[in-house]
Design a protein around this ligand. Structure first.
Ligand SMILES: [Zn+2]
Length: 213
């Protein structure tokens, strides 16, 4: 039966894809990449959090509900056009702050999987001119499921600046902040190269699930 039905199922999937080329990334309603109701849920609500080393991170949205689903569609489903809708949240988080925007770099594995750099793309859609000043020098385990301490151990020493940045004022940018371990590591690597790290900014912040420092 499988031999007969597999092609039929494939044909059905193909026909469906042709009939309904897109669905809203926030709620799944058909024929629109992002519906008006979900777009309204992406209006910036900036929150501020201080990370381990005193680095302050500002985030434009809660990583929850519609914003979380839209970010996942951008990151995991290749829907890069959604970056434009998330741009205002990151722009709000960046504020009018001075400093060159440096995105958290994309690992080679993620680049192979996705074909684009999420943080850098979002920075551009926020109207910034990102400087690619960091690179991944050590691969890390998936941060999901790790405790705060384990996350810090996992990422420490994983990034390095691509050049000297003496005296340059920078703002580190990423898509989401969870514990902040990656942003702290990015700031450490930038400072090691002489940069002055003013702050960090992300599109979204996870609700606090970890005890504070
Ligand atoms: Zn929707």
């Amino acid at each position: 039966m499988g031999e007969v039905w597999m092609p039929v199922r494939a044909a059905c999937a193909q026909a469906l894809a042709l009939a309904f080329p897109v669905a809203c990334a926030g709620c799944g309603v058909l024929d629109v990449a992002l519906c008006d109701a979900c777009r309204a849920m992406l209006r910036p609500q900036v929150t501020t959090r201080a990370l381990a080393d005193g680095l302050v991170v500002r985030s434009g949205l809660p990583f929850d509900g519609v914003p979380a689903r839209v970010l996942r569609a951008l990151k995991e489903e290749g829907r890069t056009s959604l970056a434009r809708a998330l741009g205002p949240a990151l722009a709000a988080a960046l504020g009018d702050g001075r400093g060159v925007v440096v995105p958290v770099p994309t690992s080679r594995a993620a680049m192979r999987r996705r074909g684009y750099r999420v943080a850098e793309l979002l920075a551009r859609r926020a109207g910034a001119r990102p400087l690619r000043a960091l690179r991944v020098v050590r691969t890390t385990a998936d941060q999901r499921g790790l405790s705060r301490t384990a996350r810090t151990d996992n990422v420490t020493g994983s990034l390095r600046a691509t050049r000297r940045l003496d005296g340059l004022e920078v703002i580190v940018v990423d898509d989401v902040v969870t514990t902040g371990a990656t942003l702290v590591e990015a700031a450490r690597a930038l400072r090691a190269a002489g940069a002055q790290v003013r702050a960090a900014a992300t599109v979204a912040a996870t609700p606090r699930r970890f005890p504070e420092w």
